[in-house]
Structures are given as C-alpha cells and as structure tokens.
Design a protein around this ligand. Structure first.
Ligand code: COI
Length: 355
C-alpha cells in the first residue's frame, strides 16, 4: 500500500472494557492505558494499513534495531473533555510537526498527517468514555515510533512501527520539586539530538537524576554542555525564571526542545503584559538574583507536568530556597493555560482543535 492510499483505518474493537477497574481519582501518571491503541507499520518503504486494536503486548525480534541502537522517538500531548462532552486537542499540529522533525534527525520515516491526526482522533473517539472532565483530569497521549527492522548492523532500520497510546492522567509531580543545577552531566550537546524528542535523551537523564534523587532533589536543571554556565531545561521540562517581574527563558537551540507548553506560555505571558525575555540565562545571574532577593520564581513547563513551580535549587553545594509568593506567574499562567485547554475560557489564540 502506498503512503497516500493508507487512508482508511481498520478498527478491531476490544471484546470487553477495562474501564470499570480503573480508579480515576487515584491515577499514577502514565500507568493506566485505555482499551485500544493505534498502530501503523512501515515496511518496504511504505506505510501499511493503519489499525486501531485492543491494547496488548506485541512480539518483536530480539535483533530489532530499537533494542540495540535506540532508534525511537515520541511525543507527549493531551486531550480534554469540556462540559458539552466534546473532546479537544491542544495545538496538535505542533506535535505532528515536531514528531516528523525528530523522525528526520533519527533517520526514521516521516509519518503522514492522516496517520498521526486521523489515527489519534479516531482512537480518542473510540475510547472517549476514558476522557474524564474536570478536577485536573486529562488524557495523556503518547505517539511513538520504534525501529522494528532486524539485524545488529549499525545502520538505520528499514522497518518501523508507529503507535499511539492513551493514558488517563492527573498531576505528573506531587509535592515540592527541588532541583540540582548540573555542573558535570549534560542532557544535550550542539550537533546532537537534544532538540529531537528521542527516547535516548530521556534515558541519558536517568543516571544523573538518580544521583540527584539520592541527595534529596527531584530533578536536575540542565546546563549547556560546553561551559555549564547557561540554564537550559529542568528535568523533562523547559524552564522559566522570574527575576524582579521579568520572565526569562532560554531560546530553543540544538540543545533545547521546542516545547509546545513553553511557547504557549511565552505568548500568554506577553498577552498578560508580563515582560518576557527569551535569551540565554546564566547560572551566575540566578545565584546573584537569589542573593540580592530579586529571584522570585522558577518553574518548569511541559505537556505532562503543565507548569511546575520549583521550591529551591542547589548549586555548588549551596541550597537556595525560593520565596513563597502570592500571585505567582506560575499559578497565573497555569490557570490561564488549563482554562483555555479545558474550554473554560475563550481560546483567543485559536490553539484548541475539536476531535
Ligand atoms: C511531556 O511533558 O509530555 C514529556 O514528554 C515528558 C515525559 C517524559 C513525561
């Protein structure tokens, strides 16, 4: 089947639903999946028949290249249900574009818009009872692609599997988040794959994050690999700083992911009249602002965590506590963003897309 002919999705329904076994009020992030998934294989240079089928494990050859060379990419998106029971996506075109940018960087085939968007919409419609409304409930969406071609020769796979999973979710982090500023480890380097949502970027964070956890920090603030003087990302999120009343965040680069939440917050903050500076932010500036009392907030921003305030950070073995302030930018922007996503306020940006 050629790429353009793959325009009808086969649907195989699960004989029974697991939905009654799920405690939607006590969801641990990313641990529960809906009844169905979307799947499309890429074989002989072409996307094959797309299918929605019951969620289940699948078999792969032990020599599949994803196991040996980590050819794997993913996206993180969310769907929201409004008071009319309509389901909405938030800027899905941005995720689609970024997915294909990641695919190109990892020598993987680009996915057609039909497969990505129509696959997602039909899957959400089939499992719509799983999309809960209100009280912070969302549906976390995980599109991903892996190299399924066999053989341990180190070259790009010829075959791939693209899938979309749906996972009902509430908060990503619970409790305070304290961070450690990286002085040795790096998340990404110029010319590397930091701007791609490649699985390996996350795996590479696990070890330094585990070391930080042992010291009582939940996440690491990543600095640039060459000098460790510029503040770049926080854990799996982009990162914002408020010094006096100015909101600062690093520009996207080969090392920094072009986060959808990040760019939405920048636009929303500007609309609120908040002064925003997108420029390299130095560790020295942060420490100085802590010392002279002008550092008011740090928060992470990402699809999964939305906006996550940081309680304090450690640098060169000194812990700097953030002040507890009222009317924080983090809570203002989080409220504005989630209200827009949940269709509780008018979407003047035109970012929400009905399923
Ligand atoms: C997201 O925020 O969607 C991410 O990709 C982070 C993920 C590691 C949970």
């Amino acid at each position: 089947m050629s790429t353009t002919q793959a325009n009808k999705i086969e649907i195989i329904k699960a004989p029974t639903s697991k939905i009654n076994e799920v405690d939607f009020d006590n969801l641990s992030f990313g641990s529960v999946f809906t009844d169905h998934l979307f799947e499309c294989d890429y074989i002989n240079g072409e996307w094959q028949q797309p299918v929605i089928k019951p969620y289940a494990p699948f078999l792969l050859d032990p020599s599949a290249k994803v196991f040996h060379y980590g050819q794997a990419i993913f996206e993180g998106m969310k769907a929201y249900k409004d008071d009319n029971n309509d389901i909405w996506l938030f800027r899905p075109d941005e995720n689609y574009k970024r997915f294909n940018t990641s695919a190109v960087r990892m020598a993987m085939p680009e996915v057609t818009e039909f497969i990505f968007m129509e696959g997602l919409k039909q899957l959400l419609k089939l499992d719509e009872a799983w999309v809960k409304k209100g009280n912070g409930s969302t549906m976390y969406i995980r599109p991903f692609m892996i190299a399924t071609g066999t053989g341990v020769v180190a070259n790009p796979s010829e075959d791939y599997k693209f899938m979309i999973l749906l996972s009902p979710a509430k908060a990503y982090y619970s409790g305070e988040v304290k961070v450690l500023i990286a002085e040795h480890y790096s998340r990404a380097a110029n010319g590397g794959i930091g701007a791609a949502k490649a699985a390996g970027n996350y795996a590479a964070q696990f070890y330094p994050t585990t070391l930080a956890n042992k010291e009582g920090f939940q996440q690491v603030i990543w600095t640039d690999d060459a000098t460790h003087t510029k503040l770049e990302e926080a854990g799996t999120m982009n990162v914002f700083f408020r010094i006096n009343d100015t909101l600062l965040t690093a520009p996207v680069s080969e090392r920094i992911l072009d986060g959808v939440t990040r760019k939405s917050l920048i636009d929303m903050a500007k609309k609120e009249g908040i002064p925003v500076e997108v420029r390299p932010v130095l560790v020295s500036e942060l420490v100085e602002a802590s010392k002279n009392g002008t550092l008011k907030e740090i928060f992470g921003a990402g699809t999964a965590a939305v906006v996550n305030p940081i309680a304090g950070y450690s640098y060169k073995d000194v812990y700097y506590e953030l002040p507890k302030i009222e009317n924080s930018y983090a809570s203002l922007l989080k409220e504005k963003l989630t209200n827009l996503q949940n269709k509780l306020t008018e979407d003047t940006f035109g970012w929400t897309v009905k399923v």
